[in-house]
Design a protein around this ligand. Structure first.
Ligand code: DP6
Length: 321
């Protein structure tokens, strides 16, 4: 059977940075994200006896090396679950630039897990799909369910998965994706995770991050935007403090990144309220209320070095299209 799915990328407000188990991708801390509505990956997959080997195409190019290996390994997991040996043809397309801090691995592995499991005849419940996606790329487990999603860290393969705490309609916030460079990031995320523990600040972060998660959940329950935003910024800076002090150190920011951070903070003083977060990479995500979206977009586009600003909102999880 040929199956086509869309999986959104997601934006972490409490980050996954550092793993307890690298192979199973068990995170060091529980974390929280929102699924985006438009930005994501469309994947079409077919298993058939006419294929003598797996073929993987991403964004119009045949995958090779590490990228291909990661996909083929995931296909093997799906084949093992279904006890089927057929080879597959995978064609995947991201509607945003890959490797620029926009979590293409999150939407990519969520899309591959849903499409692959369906195409091979499995009908996995949401929890098991999330677990499967997690082994492909940790953050992918948060792109299966809709809206506001918590990944409970757990301590083994069975109890580490993500689920929706509020659906996409619960609270209409907007996300402006500020693209500052289309270059691939300097260090791949998976390699970054490996050095997280070498930072002096990692332990301190770990002692505090779950308290922050609980506080953030309360701010979401109350729909208190200022509280949510302040926690979101503190969290992004706390993750980058770990990155900056790891061995080797990871400096993902560009001068333009700092320019956007400071602009957002200055505008707040003028009562235009928005908050930033950043992943691995140079690009900045600005979260705001719907009424301020257009004004912020206009202002962001005028900042020197901004290539493009993409508008998005909170959306549903992975689905068949
Ligand atoms: C900074 O899920 O991409 O975006 O499990 O090695 O594939 P792997 O890592 P990945 O890490 C995401 C890191 C982050 C923060 C986050 O999304 O929580």
């Amino acid at each position: 059977m040929k199956i086509k799915v869309f999986a959104p990328t997601n934006l972490a407000f409490i980050k996954y940075w550092g793993k307890k188990d690298a192979k199973l991708r068990i995170p060091a801390n529980s974390n929280l994200s929102v699924c985006l509505d438009r930005l994501g990956t469309i994947t079409e997959i077919e298993f058939d006896k006419k294929f003598s080997e797996d073929s993987v195409e991403i964004d119009g190019k045949i995958s090779e090396g590490r990228e291909r290996d990661r996909v083929v390994k995931h296909l093997d997991r799906i084949r093992n679950l279904a006890k089927v040996e057929l080879k597959a043809k995978v064609v995947s397309k991201n509607n945003f630039p890959k490797s620029a801090g926009l979590s293409s691995s999150a939407s990519g592995f969520a899309a591959l897990s849903l499409s692959g499991s369906k195409a091979i005849g499995l009908n996995l419940p949401e929890k098991d799909l999330s677990r499967l996606a997690r082994i492909g790329s940790g953050s992918a487990c948060r792109s299966i369910s809709s809206g506001w999603v918590e990944w409970v860290k757990g301590d083994d393969d069975k109890n580490s998965y993500a689920y929706s705490i509020f659906d996409e309609k619960y609270w209409d916030l907007r996300v402006l994706v500020v693209i500052l460079s289309l270059k691939r990031k300097r260090v791949e995320t998976t390699d970054g995770h490996k050095v997280a523990r070498t930072s002096l600040f990692f332990k301190t972060r770990l002692e505090n991050v779950e308290k922050r998660l609980e506080k953030m959940k309360r701010s979401i329950e109350k729909k208190n935007f200022s509280e949510l935003g302040e926690l979101m910024e503190l969290e992004a800076l706390s993750m980058h403090a770990v990155m900056l002090t790891s061995k080797p150190n990871l400096v993902y920011w560009l001068p333009e990144t700092v320019r956007v951070i400071q602009a957002v903070q200055d505008w707040r003083k003028e009562r235009l309220e928005s908050y930033f977060t950043i992943n691995t990479g140079q690009n900045v995500f600005v979260v705001c209320k719907p009424k301020d979206e257009d004004e912020l977009m206009e202002k962001l586009e005028k900042i020197k070095g901004v290539i493009e600003v993409k508008k998005d909102r909170i959306g549903k999880g992975a689905r068949i299209i």
